[in-house]
Design a protein. Sequence first.
Length: 61
Amino acid sequence: MTHCISTLGEQIVNEHINPQKLAQASALHNDLFDNTTPKERREATISLLGKAIDEFLESKE
């Protein structure tokens, strides 16, 4: 998650995302990261990317 934030810029993220939600998501992300293998994280990332692309394309229809 920190990679996404650093890519976008912390100021931009803080302007557009509720800080409380961001803190909750960050804590959950850290727990998941600590309890998954690199292969599981890679599979989850691919799945998430696929879902994000599907949502994006559906919103443009």
